[in-house]
Design a protein around this ligand. Structure first.
Ligand SMILES: [Fe+2]
Length: 169
C-alpha cells in the first residue's frame, strides 16, 4: 500500500465543460499545434472567465502561457515519464475520453515500477498532478481531451496544493 502524494483532487466543480467542448467542436485542424510532441489547442485567460477563483489562481501562478487542451488518439500510450515542459505540476480536467488509464508510480530495479496508483478523473472536477513524479497514460477506444493548466517552475507541487486548499479551490 502506498501513501505517496502523486495528485490532489480539488474541491471545486468546473463550469467550463460546455465551453471547452465548444472550443474543440469549433476548432479546425490548423488550430492544433504540436508542442513537444503533444497535440494541443492553446487557450487564453478569457476561456476561464466564468471561474473567477481559477482566474486568480492562473494570474497568481503565472500560468497564462500554459493554458491548453491536449488531445490524444485512441489506442495509444506513452512510456513512463516525468514532464519537461517547464512545469512541476499542472491542474487538469478530463473533458472526454474516460476510456483511458492514468497512472503514477515509482521506478524500481529491473524496469519495474512500484507504488502504482491510478488517477481517476471525475466529471467536471479538477486534479492537481505532480508531473515531476513518473506517470503514464493509456488511451483506449476514444480520443481523449484534457484541459491542462501548467504551473511554471519553480513553483512546486506542494506550494500549489497549499494555495488551492487555502483558496477553497
Ligand atoms: Fe506527462
Amino acid at each position: 500500500m502506498d501513501n505517496i502524494d502523486f495528485f490532489h483532487h480539488l474541491e471545486s466543480t468546473s463550469t467550463l465543460i460546455n465551453h471547452l467542448r465548444n472550443r474543440i467542436a469549433k476548432s479546425s485542424e490548423d488550430d492544433w499545434q504540436l508542442i513537444i510532441e503533444m497535440n494541443c489547442l492553446l487557450l487564453t485567460i478569457d476561456d476561464f472567465k466564468t471561474e473567477p477563483k481559477l482566474i486568480k489562481f492562473i494570474e497568481h501562478m503565472n500560468c497564462q502561457q500554459k493554458l491548453a487542451i491536449y488531445r490524444f488518439k485512441p489506442n495509444t500510450c506513452y512510456k513512463w515519464h516525468i514532464d519537461h515542459l517547464g512545469r512541476n505540476c499542472c491542474v487538469n480536467m478530463l473533458i472526454d475520453g474516460y476510456d483511458s488509464l492514468t497512472m503514477f508510480g515509482v521506478p524500481a530495479l529491473q524496469g519495474q515500477f512500484t507504488n502504482i496508483t491510478k488517477l481517476v478523473y471525475e466529471p467536471n472536477k479538477y486534479v492537481l498532478l505532480d508531473v515531476h513524479k513518473f506517470h503514464t497514460v493509456f488511451n483506449f477506444s476514444q480520443e481523449r481531451y484534457v484541459l491542462s493548466i501548467g504551473v511554471p517552475s519553480p513553483t512546486t507541487y506542494n506550494e500549489t496544493k497549499q494555495y488551492l486548499i487555502d483558496n477553497n479551490l
